[in-house]
Write a protein of this length. Structure first.
Length: 188
């Protein structure tokens, strides 16, 4: 006997909410760890002392995309396999029968958590986050901006937060209030 449509919709919505919550939590933790590590290893600074709460939250978007990207790729691969299996077993008319349910079943919040941790490990291994380079921020923090600060015109902006900025002022890391800066795009 077929199930009513409403419970499936609720289950699907619950799955989406649980999965996005799990991915968001992973991204938030990854962002905090990556930024704290980069700030300490690059400038010897405490990220949480320099960054505002907004910076910590907004910094999670890049890792969130790193976690959701592989998850989406695996979801598409699983859907393709399900469609191919349906075509082989039941013919072209049944290509999309049950694809959504079988594909979504692969992504429980716990599996998404595991996938996210694997993605974060890959990012850590293949990125420059954990490579000490004093005075030079990791490439993922690159702003491409120059600031005219008091007593330091034409300084490269190493990091830009919502309230503060870290400038390279004649080889020294310098923290300035963002509203005191005139920003412009750096020439290549």
């Amino acid at each position: 006997m077929p199930e009513p449509a409403e419970p499936k919709r609720k289950i699907t919505l619950l799955w989406v909410v649980e999965s996005l919550s799990t991915a968001s939590g992973i991204a938030f933790l990854a962002s905090a760890i990556a930024h704290a590590t980069a700030f300490y290893m690059t400038w010897g600074l405490n990220y949480f002392a320099v960054a505002s709460p907004t910076d910590v939250v907004m910094g999670a978007f890049n890792p969130l995309l790193m976690v959701l990207g592989p998850a989406l790729a695996i979801l598409l691969i699983a859907a393709s396999i399900a469609v191919t299996t349906n075509v082989v077993r039941q013919g072209p008319a049944a290509a999309f029968d049950g694809v959504f349910q079988s594909t979504i079943g692969l992504f429980t919040p716990l599996r998404l958590l595991a996938l996210g941790l694997v993605a974060l490990a890959a990012v850590a291994v293949f990125s420059d986050v954990f490579v000490p380079r004093p005075g030079r921020p990791p490439s993922w923090l690159y702003t491409g901006l120059i600031a005219d600060a008091p007593d330091c015109p034409g300084a490269r902006v190493q990091w830009l937060g919502s309230q503060s900025a870290i400038l390279d002022c004649r080889g020294q890391a310098r923290i300035e209030r963002r509203d005191a800066l005139r920003l412009r795009v750096a020439a290549s």
